[in-house]
Design a protein around this ligand. Structure first.
Ligand SMILES: [Cu+2]
Length: 444
């Protein structure tokens, strides 16, 4: 164990109080508190009706605008906290739910301080999962707060399931003068939100999953709570004065957040990964317009990938196609990120690794046993991908500001998974426009 981890545990105990036994903090207690759902097995073939293989208390089902229904199971462990299982998407017009994710979870929050004196793994190294916060009714507007059985703590009303407006879902003035119907089509979208708040020492992290009526899945982690009172000695270039004058400089640090996704598109763990890059060529001296060419690179072996302008990745189903005959896929859409060059696992933005049950956390992975590398970068070692696991790393370099007291306003970091050819048209297409698939009718 690092010295710094010991330091953090000391702080954690101070921060959270005496309720948590040391054994509970230190025990490698990845105790599944949910139903006996094997989160990492392949999802079974999608049933026509959705009898989820988790009991009612661990099911989430929500129908949104346009008739889109999201379904999932959840369970809880003392490291990651909330884990979502068997996530499926059933837009209007699909006879059966479309399996999307076999499991999805937070896989680490790595927090290195800028002076090199402290470096924390907040998910595996603190009491993150244990310190699930009880939510007030007002923290889950319009929703239901579910009870979570937290090992050694008992029941905590800590999982909010609700919906939230996201504004315009679409708009089209289908002009009659250009052959349209002459109507304006517009819809307001809603999202299903599922979130918990976990305390890690002085910080509180909101882990939020969002499922949209248009098939998009997003996850964001919001950091709030307080700045660590033990880290107010930031030297020149390593801190920011907080409070009167120049006495107390809050130490700058990063929050490098990792997620782990086990896709199960169309009910199969087998999937392909593809990388796309577009290259823009400016016009030559003779004039004209810029041109752009996009190339597809199959990712057949494990990959540590870097974000780049006009680069993206997708996970492609091998088991199902949409009604246009296109294989279903989900695109990885990273949000804003400040990548931290300090560790091999924080230096890369995405990882695709071949599934191994014990590989659960991006760093300090406790589950693979002695002698096995403990971070995701080292699991990328040339294996052929047949059952890819997707890891996303989003970093935030936190230089504190006066406004961070008190409490600290929530700062969000995260990513989305965008459906690409999951359905043949937008899942929200109004009935009137259902025939407009392919080249628009007035094309010539
Ligand atoms: Cu911070």
């Amino acid at each position: 164990m690092h010295v710094s981890q010991g330091k953090r545990l000391t702080r954690a105990r101070k921060g959270v109080g005496a309720a948590l036994a040391v054994t509970a903090l230190l025990g490698a207690a990845i105790t599944a508190a949910g139903p006996a759902s094997a989160s990492d097995k392949a999802a079974p073939k999608a049933p026509a009706a959705p009898p989820a293989d988790c009991s009612a208390a661990y099911q989430i089902e929500q129908t949104l605008d346009g008739g889109t229904t999201w379904r999932m199971c959840w369970h809880y462990n003392t490291y990651s906290g909330l884990i979502l299982d068997k996530v499926s998407y059933q837009p209007k017009g699909e006879a059966k739910p479309i399996p999307v994710l076999t499991s999805a979870r937070l896989a680490q929050v790595h927090v290195p301080y800028d002076d090199g004196e402290a470096e924390f793994d907040d998910v595996t190294g603190t009491d993150f999962g244990m310190a699930l916060q009880k939510l007030k009714t007002s923290e889950c507007p319009g929703g239901t707060i579910k009870t979570v059985k937290v090992p050694d703590r008992g029941d905590v009303s800590g999982l909010c399931v609700t919906t939230r407006a996201r504004g315009h879902a679409y708009r089209l003035n289908n002009d009659a003068s250009t052959g349209g119907t002459g109507k304006v089509y517009t819809g307001q979208g809603r999202d299903l939100l599922v979130y918990t708040v976990n305390k890690a020492s002085w910080y509180e992290y909101i882990t939020e999953w969002r499922f949209s009526s248009d098939g998009t899945v997003s996850s964001n982690v919001g950091a709030t709570g307080s700045l660590s009172p033990y880290d107010f000695d930031g030297g020149d270039g390593r801190g920011w004065p907080i409070g009167k004058g120049d006495q107390a400089k809050a130490e700058s640090h990063s929050h490098n957040v990792f997620w782990r996704m086990n896709f199960g598109l169309d009910g199969s763990p087998k999937a392909k990964v593809e990388q796309y890059d577009s290259k823009v060529t400016p016009p030559g001296t003779g004039g004209g317009s810029p041109t752009t060419k996009t190339t597809r690179t199959p990712v057949t072996k494990e990959l540590a990938g870097d974000r780049k302008d006009m680069r993206w990745w997708r996970v492609v189903s091998t088991a199902g196609k949409n009604k246009d005959g296109h294989p279903r896929s989900y695109e990885i859409v990273p949000g804003a990120s400040q990548k931290h060059a300090g560790r091999p696992y924080t230096k890369r933005d995405v990882f695709f690794t071949e599934y191994k049950k014990c590989e659960q956390y991006a760093s300090n992975n406790p589950s693979c046993g002695n002698g096995v590398p403990t971070s995701v970068d080292k699991w990328v070692n040339g294996q052929t991908l047949t059952h890819p696991i997707t890891w996303v790393n989003i970093g935030f370099h936190h230089i504190a500001r006066d406004e961070d007291q008190q409490p600290m306003p929530v700062h969000w970091q995260g990513f989305s998974l965008a459906p690409r050819d999951v359905t043949a048209m937008s899942p929200l297409t109004p009935g009137d426009l259902a025939g407009q698939n392919g080249r628009p009718p007035n094309g010539s």
